[in-house]
Design a protein around this ligand. Sequence first.
Ligand code: SAH
Ligand code: SF4
Ligand code: F3S
Length: 440
Amino acid sequence: MDRYVFLETFGCQMNDDDSDRLLGFLKDINYIRTEKVERADFIIINTCSIRDKAEQKVYSALGRFKSLKNEKPGLVIGVAGCVAQQNGEALLKRAPYLDVVIGTHNIHRIKEILREVSVNKRRLAATEFSSGIDGHEYGPRPFNIGVKASVSIMRGCDNFCTYCIVPYTRGREASRTGADIMNEVSALAQRGVKEITLIGQNVNSYGRGTELGFAGLLRKVCRVEGISRVRFMTSHPKDFSGDLTRLFAEEGKLCPHAHLPAQSGSDDVLKRMKRGYTRAQYLEKIAMLRAVRPDIAITSDIIVGFPGETDRDFLDTMGLINTVRYDNIFSFMYSPRPDTAAAGFDGQVPLEVKSERLRALQAAQLKITNEKSRALVGKTVEVLVEGVGKAGPDEFFGRTSCARAVNFPAGAAAPGSLTDVFITDAYANSLRGALQGSTP
Ligand code: SAH
Ligand code: SF4
Ligand code: F3S
């Protein structure tokens, strides 16, 4: 008999991947995904804990589901992801209507966990960490097939940046075997996937100490027949190697885009964040990348208001933005997180100061992003066609190799093809163009 699962996902690429794995395992026991929460037999929230605001979202979402439990006695409610890992049993105490807490290393145990809940009527928190990655953890994948797919290559993080909760919620770094990854990539290619993104919290640590390493793996993935574009997310500037940089010149399928989170432009702040690079070393990596691939798009994450950040430090960050001229950035106000070193640092910055710095930073970046977009008007770019756009069946949507969104009249292009599009207009978050020709 079919049963229904309602799944809500917050957070990063790793949580999206875990949600896909959850759905894959649940499909084995006849669960079908539903968008209607009232119809669900199992409600699960896959949570993020990166900032306090993200964590609070979980409690408000849970509150919404509480009343459903009274109406439907057999309903199972679960929390997975980083908040589940961080708070474990305490979540069961805080929310009496919650049945299960599924930690980040326990996704693949979902079937036995559900059995415990439904058959043995137990509420439980499965938050044990395991040391390596067992091939079975990736289970019946891939679940959703389109033009693009992500392949997780590792989990965890050993960097312990002083502001960050991820090493506590995702555990120690562990890599999947090269054979498992390549099997998955080949299977995706055979099912028509054209673009692969290799994902991990810190992909350049992949296979540390092994012969393959991240650059070696990336090269192999670029050589898979049927795949036309390869990306990766996220890489740490301190580990961005010369080998990896050279790949941008050597592998035509590797998209000219690097997300290199700087976090701050001040050496003092970088040191207290424990990032492992100076501003000069960071700029050196960018110069190397631009030397081998002048058209490369560079994006970043920036935190404002880290403890002890002075006006001078913040000006250094503004200076970095204007020096690098990023294609785009994700920027955040520092949020103290449990267990992290920086939460106990002196000099916590008041909310008004953080908020004003964020506003100034975002305004400066918006100007740069707009200038870069406008510079594309009148140029021809190669777009991977993803499918019908929001404007209706006559409109197609795709992305440039630098991941900019492009809308254009559908014409003869087919989803999955690489098509030349002449850019006619630039908006805040997208480009508009006209079709030039396509290669199937
Ligand atoms: N592994 C990636 C980042 C993962 S978290 C890396 O090392 O770059 C995504 C982003 O969230 C981080 O780059 C950082 O900018 C931001 N972030 C992490 N912890 C934060 C905190 N406590 N407060 C505000 N932003 C934070
Ligand atoms: Fe967090 Fe730093 Fe690890 Fe990124 S590298 S996940 S910011 S600890
Ligand atoms: Fe959030 Fe966990 Fe990702 S804290 S950003 S979901 S690793």
